[in-house]
Design a protein around this ligand. Structure first.
Ligand SMILES: Cc1cc2nc3c(=O)[nH]c(=O)nc-3n(C[C@H](O)[C@H](O)[C@H](O)COP(=O)(O)O)c2cc1C
Length: 284
């Protein structure tokens, strides 16, 4: 099955599957991004996971030497960086000079980064956690928007909208492509997001459980063995504050795989689900 849609054409990938940003040092770099891009998704280098612009440039060059597929860059505008207007200037210059075509911003709004990317002829995608912010970023000229639902990791959506509602309700209000995030980690979630009206999916937690993610096996095993019905876990997930929260995607990923196998598995499962639909006459 060919997954060719508005998003794959926009970001130049085989599949509408995007690896989430990881801001912790040693996680959001080429060791994760390259295998994702090589496997047909879009790998992202996360600027804040590098100590300084030189280290970022070095890793971006490594990424480019290891794959001829697109690699994107994320600028996460956190509390600390929000108030330092030129914080990302050097990183942004490197990104554009090195020919990166797709740039993600996340958390706070940063129209200056978006504008610079657009002026350079690139694609600007913003990630936020509410439909309200998605509408505002559309007005500011973003090409697409990722909306993270209540199920996902990150700064919690104060509106408590789920991934499904962000897409189905968001679709009626937002004209630019919406990318679904939050709680996705298998082929069923992928198909469900596309069926709801998303142009693609964006996954964080699920990629943490891959072989290439830079963390101890203990953490990966914890993710794949998580009991998402545990009341304590549920309580943590619903708390709205500025801590990064766990995700219900933990209940979806069930094995630690190399990234290529993980993405192939999602596509295979998606094809099986579509075949099931066809068999029962649910799809023409
Ligand atoms: C350990 C960890 C670190 C993250 N760091 C960032 C970050 O620096 N910037 C950002 O925009 N998102 C960050 N995220 C959020 C992911 O990019 C993504 O939006 C989220 O994981 C999607 O939900 P899911 O985990 O249910 O797939 C992080 C997620 C995790 C799990």
């Amino acid at each position: 099955m060919k997954f060719d849609n508005i998003l794959t054409r926009m970001i130049g990938t085989k599949y509408p599957i995007i690896q989430g940003a990881f801001g912790m040092p040693g996680t959001g770099d080429s060791r994760l991004a390259v295998p994702v891009s090589e496997a047909g998704g879009l790998g992202i280098l996360t600027a804040i996971s590098f100590k300084d612009p030189d280290m970022f440039q070095e890793d971006l060059r490594i990424a480019k030497s290891k794959t001829d597929k697109p690699i994107a860059v994320n600028f996460s505008i956190l509390h600390e960086t929000k108030f330092v207007e030129d914080y990302f200037d050097d990183f942004l210059k490197i990104t554009l000079d090195e020919g990166v075509e797709t740039v993600f911003t996340s958390a706070y709004t940063v129209s200056n980064i978006g504008k610079a990317v657009k002026d350079a002829g690139g694609t600007w995608i913003h990630k936020c956690a509410t439909i309200r912010h998605a509408l505002s970023i559309e007005k500011k000229g973003a090409d697409a928007v990722v909306i993270v639902g209540l199920e996902g990791t990150g700064f919690k959506n104060p509106d408590q909208h789920t991934t499904l509602i962000n897409i189905t309700a968001g679709r009626k209000l937002i004209k630019i492509p919406i990318i679904a995030a939050g709680g996705i980690g298998d082929g069923r979630g992928f198909v469900a997001a596309l069926a709801a009206g998303a142009a693609g999916v964006y996954m964080g937690t699920a990629f943490m459980a891959t072989k290439e993610y830079q963390a101890k096996d203990k953490l990966k095993n914890k993710i794949i063995n998580r009991d998402i019905t545990d009341p304590e876990y549920i309580k943590k997930l619903h708390k709205i504050d500025h801590d990064v929260k766990p995700s219900f995607a933990s209940g979806v990923v069930d094995s630690v795989l190399p990234i290529k196998e993980f993405i192939d598995k999602i596509i295979k499962e998606a094809e099986e689900v579509m075949d099931e639909f066809k068999k029962f006459g649910m799809l023409k």
